[in-house]
Design a protein around this ligand. Structure first.
Ligand code: ADP
Ligand code: MG
Length: 562
């Protein structure tokens, strides 16, 4: 037996706990959702571990979650008989801030600084296990990892330190006991020793949890002889028809699987019948996570087989450019033992991916048509990711171009699709013009823009790094080439005040000396120096050959170069 050890929380964890302890965040009920969500995850994990390894010494015959109220001691305990944690895991998972949602929360917290902003952030992020400290002045966690003999007890008052000790008496799984703060006499709903309150919170936030959530001990109604009461209906939302389920219920499921406290932007449901049956419930989040462009971003949806959770982050079901989509796919005809390797090669999975992709894209198209404002949010958050599909998924290129939106010289905040650009393009224009750059400002001030502005020609303003690549890959739209205003010789047609052919020849002669001198001086820097009609105000500009890299791409490569 090891002695009790005392540890200090990491700086970040301490900050977070301070915020929880002193929180005036009004919706404190969500702590229970977080603890139930963790318990549910732990049961999923054990169910799966046992499936993979039958020799694992763990009882999976009655996996469930228990809630126990002790009015006299003023405690509420959330208990599961799931996978549990080892001594080291408790230190790692509970004592530090490891998961990305919390890291992001803290980053924004630092930016928000003031207290009011911080309260709002709790509502947006939630912080999982730590949210217990909103309602408790002491939290004890007793846990035993499946397959291990010895358990671990973690205790903290949330103020700087926590203790860890080994425990011989730990049952399988984890129990979290909250020693509740004194009840608020002005707000009776905040009394979490009330059976009614606890039942109501579970119904509201956790009804869809697929494991039974039971109320045990002193339940207050009747003599309890009928045994523990199950509080949730456990109905898999994805298996129910859309008109049976409320938006709120869908959103609670999203928050559970997405580890996000914010509402999703869109809910997409698909029920595939026939020889290969499956149900899917997909969500488009309302905010892009910070690591969306990281190499090791965890993407993918949850895979279930016949209501049994099989894996998180199942990448095979959606292409990388839809990596922001969260959700659940429940397949009827896959083996429970299916592995990631098998999924990558399974032709049913490939079919599912195609179908889910099409469904997602058509939902985005409908969103664009029916709710411009919501779509604008979507595009701001995820447009840059979606555009990757223009390069990697030629089969869905048209569907992607139907929703891909661009700012242009002719709109201030609004965006247009290529289709809308073509619709209002004047007779005689033979290309879709675009310019790439780092920001709208830098583009607007570009000398290349002058002739276009002068003639009132609409130019698409492309500011994402991926833009350089997809315009090349796509090449044209409905027969009109996509052309950069910064590349090659550009003939925009004569204007009235333009000079005649004769005048131009004369000019060329006049400037021959100057051009020759410039060619010599700039020999190392440029290929050629020529007179141009593309400028109206600026004396000179740099132009790339039609086949060269555009300046922004050149910059990008240089930036990455030696
Ligand atoms: P998240 O659930 O988003 O990962 P939490 O703060 O809620 O963040 O939990 C942190 C981690 O602690 C979980 O990822 C899990 O590994 C572990 N954990 C929390 N509760 C339990 C539990 N009841 N059983 C097993 N592990 C748990
Ligand atoms: Mg959690």
């Amino acid at each position: 037996i090891m002695p009790t050890e005392t540890f200090e929380f990491q700086v970040e964890a301490r900050q977070l706990l301070q915020l929880m302890i002193h929180s005036v965040y009004s919706d404190k009920d969500v702590f229970l959702r977080e603890l139930v969500s963790n318990a549910s995850d732990a049961l999923d994990k054990l169910r799966l571990a046992k499936l993979r390894d039958d020799s694992l010494d763990a009882d999976v015959s009655d996996l469930h979650i228990e809630l126990e109220i002790d009015k006299d001691a003023r405690t509420l305990t959330v208990r599961d008989n799931g996978v549990g944690m080892s001594y080291d895991e408790v230190g790692q998972l509970i004592g530090t801030i490891a998961h990305s949602g919390t890291a992001e929360f803290l980053r924004e917290l630092r930016e928000a600084q003031d207290g009011a902003g911080a309260e709002g952030l709790i509502g947006q992020f939630g912080v999982g296990f730590y949210s217990g400290f909103m309602v408790a002045d002491e939290v004890t966690l007793l846990t035993r990892r499946a397959g291990e003999r010895q358990g671990t007890r973690w205790t903290s008052r949330g103020e700087g330190t926590y203790t860890l000790e080994t425990a011989d008496d730990a049952p399988q799984g984890t129990s979290v006991t909250l020693h509740l703060k004194p009840a608020d006499p002005d707000n009776r709903l905040n009394d979490y020793t009330s059976v009614w309150t606890v039942k109501e919170i579970v119904k509201r936030y956790s009804d869809f949890i697929t494991w039974p959530i039971r109320l045990v001990g002193e339940t207050g109604d009747g003599d309890g002889a009928a045994g523990p009461e199950t509080l949730n209906s456990m109905k898999a939302l994805w298996a129910r028809s859309r008109d049976e389920v409320s938006e709120e219920e869908y959103h609670e499921l999203y928050k559970h699987i997405g580890h996000d406290w914010r509402e999703p932007l869109e809910t997409i449901q698909l029920n595939a019948e026939g020889t290969f049956e499956y149900q899917a419930l997909l969500f488009v989040p309302s905010h892009a996570p910070h690591d969306l462009f990281n190499q090791n971003f965890k993407r993918g949806v949850q895979l279930y087989v016949k209501r049994v959770f099989i894996m998180d982050d199942c990448e095979a079901l959606l292409p990388p450019y839809l990596r922001f989509v969260k959700g659940v796919v429940d397949a009827q005809d896959l083996s429970l033992n299916v592995s990631r390797e098998i999924l990558q090669q399974d032709r049913h999975i490939a079919m599912m991916q195609r179908r889910l992709t099409k469904k997602t894209l058509s939902s985005l198209k409908a969103m664009r048509a029916n709710d411009a404002e919501r779509y604008a949010t979507f595009w701001r958050e995820f447009g840059a990711v979606l555009k990757e599909g223009l390069i990697t998924d030629p089969d869905n290129r048209d569907a992607l171009l139907a929703v891909a939106s661009f700012t242009t010289t002719h709109e201030d905040g609004a965006t247009v699709t290529l289709g809308q650009y073509l619709e209002r393009m004047p007779e005689g224009q033979d290309a879709i013009w675009f310019v790439t750059g780092e920001s709208r400002e830098s583009i607007d001030n570009s000398p290349h823009m002058e002739a276009f502005r002068e003639r009132g020609i609409e130019v698409l303003l492309l500011t994402d790094p991926v833009d350089e690549v997809w315009v090349d890959a796509v090449g044209e739209y409905e027969g009109k080439p996509l052309r950069s205003i910064a590349k090659g010789e550009i003939d925009l047609g004569a204007r009235e005040e333009d000079r005649s052919e004769g005048e131009r020849e004369q000019q060329a002669e006049e400037y021959a000396g100057l051009l020759g001198w410039m060619r010599e001086r700039l020999d190392e820097e440029v290929k050629e120096v020529r007179l141009s009609t593309r400028l109206t105000v600026s004396p000179a500009c740099l132009v790339a050959d039609a086949n060269d890299l555009t300046p922004a791409l050149e910059n990008m490569y240089r930036g990455h170069g030696p």
